[in-house]
Design a protein around this ligand. Structure first.
Ligand SMILES: [Zn+2]
Length: 290
């Protein structure tokens, strides 16, 4: 995960701008009158997210329209929750939407244009940390919208967290996560090396945060994202190392591990080089010209 400063956007102002040209006028008035509820929901969100307790926002679920009825017919008029959800899709994501500048601003904050959830993919979408289908009042709340790649957005799925442990990391609120090294690589060999990635939080990490790190890694399927990216890096590295002495290989791997750990401590690159630097068989095998 890539930590990001919270967006400098006011939730009420964003919402009111988005709905300011809704049609017909009666719908616009109805949506406008929800400004206080949206602002209150955003304030409750901020308080819960600061404590890592987004699972406690049950009271906001399916508000203000209530849970959808299973027996609803297709031709029934759309309820207010539907219009809140389309405030995001039609008035914020849409190129003509009044809220599109906010969408662009949130997306532009992605570091190097990368996904904040996996730290690798291209950030070409915003992900709802709490799904808009369950929390319509938070559909355009800036704190709830994080730059993400499509793979992470799809993998995360639209489920509301039910416990403190079963929450993915939040780029705006879990900003000190990189004080811990929790991503590890395992390189297997000897012979042709292969690498796999695992979430392995250190004992010093608070237990709930450690559980969330594991949940983040598993639910976003980060092992699948990182493995294919690391495999060719490992192959090309292994070929180039055969030209070096064991001491030079050790030095090179340690330097790369340090540089990547400083750059992005829980990236696959940092984890890969840390694992290689600590692997005596790898240094031995590749210096011998395997
Ligand atoms: Zn991603």
């Amino acid at each position: 995960m890539l930590p990001l400063p919270r967006p400098a956007l006011d939730a009420r102002a964003v919402y009111l701008t988005c709905v300011s040209v809704a049609r017909p006028a009666s719908l616009r008035t109805e949506l406008h009158q929800l400004g206080d509820q949206v602002a209150n929901a955003a304030a409750a969100y901020e308080e819960a997210a600061t404590k890592g307790e987004l699972h406690t926002l049950d009271a906001l679920q399916h508000q203000p329209g209530g849970k959808p009825s299973r027996t609803a017919k297709k031709d029934e008029p759309k309820g207010i929750n539907y219009h809140l959800k389309t405030t995001y899709t039609s008035r914020m994501v849409s190129a003509e939407g009044k809220g599109r500048p906010f969408y662009n601003q949130l997306l532009a904050a992605a570091p190097d244009g990368r996904c904040t959830l996996c730290g690798q993919g291209l950030a070409d979408t915003l992900d709802h940390q709490l799904p808009k289908d369950v929390y319509p009042l938070l559909a355009v709340t800036p704190d709830n919208l994080v730059p993400a790649c499509r793979t992470c957005n799809t993998n995360k799925r639209d489920e509301a967290p039910v416990t403190a442990e079963e929450q993915t990391l939040h780029p705006y609120f879990d900003t000190d996560i990189d004080e811990y090294i929790w991503l590890v690589a395992r390189v297997t060999g000897p012979g042709l090396p292969a690498v796999t990635f695992h979430a392995d939080p250190p004992p010093s990490m608070p237990p709930v945060l450690a559980a969330r790190v594991r949940h983040h890694f598993t639910s976003l399927q980060l092992a699948r994202t990182y493995g294919p990216q690391a495999a060719p890096e490992l192959r090309t590295l292994s070929r180039s190392l055969t030209r070096l002495t064991p001491a030079a290989i050790s030095e090179h791997l340690n330097e790369k591990a340090e540089d990547w750990t400083e750059e992005q401590p829980n990236s696959w690159q940092a984890a890969l080089y840390r694992a290689l630097a600590a692997s005596s068989w790898y240094v031995r095998d590749f210096s011998s010209g395997l």
